[in-house]
Design a protein around this ligand. Sequence first.
Ligand code: UD1
Length: 418
Amino acid sequence: MNKLVIDGGKPLYGELRAQGAKNAVLPILAAASMAEGECIIHNCPGLRDVEKTVIILERLGCKVKREGNTVTIDSSVLTGCRIDEELMREMRSSIIFLGAILTACAKAEVGMPGGCPIGLRPIDLHIKSLKKMGVSIAEEHGYLQCRCERLKGCDVHLDFPSVGATENIMLAAVKAEGTTTITNAAREPEIYDLACFLNKIGAKVKGAGSSVITIEGVEKLHGTEYAIMPDRIVAQTYLIAALITGGRIRICGAEPSHMRAALSLLSEMGAGIKEDETGIELKSSGTLKNVHIIRTMPYPGFPTDIQSPFMALASVAEGTSVFVENIFENRFRHVDELVRMGADIKVEGRSAVVRGVKRLCGANVEAYELRGGAALVLAALSAEGRSTVSGIDYIDRGYEDIEGCLACCGAEICRVCT
Ligand code: UD1
């Protein structure tokens, strides 16, 4: 079992380069499978989820080459239309392939999706929207069997601005007959990045980044070269790492406009933040104030993905902070582990009340999901003494070489494989 061993209490100082965004690279790689030609995608992070996506592409018949952070996909002979249950279980975002495979093959057979255990994570919005676009969908033995003559553009209203459903509809709509309009679409920067990529391969997508997206179907999509946007959640995690340890960090290539909600809270808590066109710098003022109340919301609200790292921070801030998790119903699994390290946190339904303590103590803790795992690493960096964090396969889903990045800023951290 792999573990991170962390000797806490060292302030972090240094500079890191923002990695490519996990939540942008996965739908973009799926979209590349629809292009008739070669797509060269730069800035792909070295993550397990990217490896799994490459395996899915290969099983669909694409020729894929990976050199460092560049992935080249040749989809000229897409032969497969099935994604096995085992791959779907490992990575929920593989559901994004549904729209892409239907576009390329007019049929698809995919296992029911899995992913981090942070809640029920239904896919009803994906299914309802694709049915509206003319797809017949049946569930048989854990697989979704999907068929369509040709996808048809239509008006789709999402009851909730789901990121995955918005992406799936966009992929299904790019070559559909006529125009598709998505209302109450998700507005996350990763949706905008996907639209930019789609337009580069010949699609006609307008309005991405707003809540109304219009996609005019086109006949053909071609190859291109594209660089994935920086990962806003990873950048925010490392900013918090500097703040929680009382240090200073600069993240080159991070995009501050994607992080307004979190940056304004970090300033309220006492961080000095400087932004320019090359990145973001955070400097601790030596004191850490509480945050009153954090409510997770769809973008541009406070992101659910950074809730747990902020909770680690609030655990050692002055005063009481309240967290309300509105997106996923099971996203407080890190709480018991933070409590093991000496945090004072009470959970009541979707709310958590955090009373700041002077310091956390090193302990053996376990990650149960990606961002909760990152929160435990942050807590361990600030804690007195040694911590071990197990369950780090979850952390590897979203953070490229987390121990290398933190160590180069002065953290005492290493990976132990047993
Ligand atoms: C994406 C991100 C994830 C982030 C989340 C919310 C990727 C790969 N993952 O996940 O990191 O935490 O957005 O910002 O991009 N829902 C339904 N029915 C559906 C679809 C969603 O009820 O058909 C619900 C979900 O259960 C959840 C909420 O909508 O409560 C948000 O889900 P969604 O925006 O779809 O998140 P993901 O795309 O899974």
